[in-house]
Design a protein around this ligand. Structure first.
Ligand SMILES: Cc1ncc(COP(=O)(O)O)c(C=O)c1O
Length: 479
């Protein structure tokens, strides 16, 4: 019986596996009983339905509103400095624009569906405007309308291949950074905007990030920028285009503030003027900030050089198909575009508005740049200003005096464990009702906050700058 040891070994193994099998059956049964019980109690669904990117959708601009609303209930009047809605801050829609829209509303066609890509006259008008700049030439089919740029942004990232990442600025405008992060399921990848260099993009950082991370397929620029108010010189844009050209990276340039530029020396350049004929690009524009008509939910994407890259063309066609599935975007604002933008009063309107924001930028900067402990760059476009706390000036013990005990209790319970700039923002809100957005809410490790230049009531606006200046000094000096 030379084979007896082998037979015994097989018997033992079988016994062991049998044992293993029995254990597995018991465990599976127990899991089944527990799972069924949990499902029955509503704690676990049959399948995990949560998208990998769900945790990445952050929008501090609106999240701070919940805290402000609570404080309002406790009696604090709120000065809303968090959101970029000019109408909410008292800017009237020009009467002549309202008249044009009023006439359109009388036409039945403005209540119907329109072509998936958008109203043809509007696309032709925009294509002509782009082509008149003399750079990249487009046709009406290179334009696709969306229900506001927010809708465009969600789809631009949402229909990218998941592994294809898009590098964006830090500080970032949350709609872009959140949508990109949600599409990939990972944290948004960023390059630095340099507060010590007028918030211009750090080109070396851009090139290194692109060079050493081959998942980066695209780059985002916001010009003029939200939240910094920077307007990039043409040469910087050309250098960025050059980097993208060398690495085969496409560019997304958000130009929603393109007609709000009040830069003193040098002008703003559009992506279409610098992209040349061999870099794939998307320019994002809309009417929310310029008519201004944010509630119209109307924005569009212009595509550059799509025929040069088959994959880019397919990607753009996917955006188009996704809109087709949805049918089309809201028609009324689209019909208004050639009429409003083609009216000679529009250029005057834009010029006057830009000058108005220029004056407000100067006024805010003059007050706040005198305050020790912070860095402030004078905005050159858009209607925001970012204030950065100098390295090391913040700590988690600083406070502002709050005159109302209930408000004090509420906010002191809220500030535990929050980022140091958010702590300041909460105290500013509780003490003075001024609602700004912390810089760490803009995908940024640096500490600071963003204000808007939108308040139309001069007295209230000046009060806001003076109060913020005093609050910073008091807060930094409190411990
Ligand atoms: C840079 C930027 N892009 C896009 C948007 C979204 O604009 P819309 O109102 O067209 O969705 C905003 C809104 O504040 C913005 O600041």
């Amino acid at each position: 019986m030379r084979c007896l040891p082998a037979v015994n070994a097989i018997k033992k193994t079988l016994k062991f596996f049998k044992f293993e099998l029995i254990v597995k059956i018991i465990v599976s049964f127990a899991d089944f009983v527990i799972d069924t019980e949990v499902v029955r109690k509503g704690k676990l669904m049959r399948r995990n339905i949560v998208h990998e990117g769900s945790g990445q959708l952050k929008y501090e601009i609106r999240e701070i509103v919940a805290v402000a609303d609570e404080l309002h209930k406790l009696g604090r009047e709120i000065i809303w400095e968090n959101i970029g809605d000019p109408l909410a801050k008292g800017e009237p829609m020009p009467t002549w624009i309202k008249d044009i829209i009023g006439e359109l509303v009388k036409e039945d066609k403005t209540y119907g569906y329109v072509a998936t890509q958008g109203v043809l006259e509007a696309r032709e008008f925009i294509a002509k405007e782009v082509n008149a700049r003399g750079g990249c030439q487009i046709a009406s089919d290179d334009i696709l309308f969306f229900n506001g740029l927010g809708d465009a942004v969600a789809k631009v990232y949402g229909f990218l291949r998941r592994e294809a990442r898009v590098l964006g600025p830090s500080p970032a405008y949350s709609t872009h950074s959140s949508a990109e992060a949600a599409h990939s399921g990972y944290e948004h990848l960023t390059y630095e905007l340099d507060a010590n260099n007028n918030w211009l993009p750090d080109l070396e950082d851009i090139e290194n990030k692109i060079k050493y991370n081959d998942s980066i397929a695209g780059l985002i620029l916001i010009n003029p920028d939200n939240p910094t108010g920077a307007v990039y010189p043409k040469e910087i844009l050309e250098e960025i285009v050059d980097i993208c050209r060398r690495y085969g990276v496409f560019i997304i340039c958000d130009e929603i503030y393109a007609n709000i530029v009040y830069k003193e020396n040098g002008q703003h350049a559009y992506l279409s003027e610098v992209i040349g004929d061999d870099v794939a690009g998307l320019a994002l524009r809309g009417i929310s900030k310029e008519y201004p008509w944010p509630g119209g939910r109307c924005g569009w994407v212009e595509v550059y050089n799509k025929d040069k890259y088959p994959q880019f063309k397919t990607y753009f066609n996917t955006l188009l198909s996704s809109k087709m599935v949805e049918v089309c975007s809201t028609s009324l604002p689209q019909y208004s575009i050639p009429k409003v933008m083609g009216d000679p009063r529009y250029a005057v309107h834009l010029k006057e508005r830009a000058a108005m924001f220029g004056r407000r930028a100067k006024e805010a900067w003059e007050t706040l740049s005198k305050v020790p402990g912070i860095t402030v760059n004078k905005p050159e476009g858009a209607f925001y200003m970012s204030i950065l706390f100098d390295e090391g000036v913040l700590n988690s013990k600083q406070k502002l005096d709050i005159d109302n005990e209930e408000i004090k209790r509420y906010i002191e319970a809220k500030v535990h464990g929050v980022a140091d700039d958010k702590r300041f923002v909460y105290y500013l809100l509780a003490a003075y009702g001024i609602c700004v957005v912390p810089m760490t809410g803009f995908c940024c490790a640096k500490k600071g906050f963003r204000v808007t230049l939108l308040e139309c009531n001069d007295e209230k606006r000046l009060y806001t700058w003076d109060t913020i200046a005093k609050a910073i000094t008091d807060y930094l000096g409190s411990v």
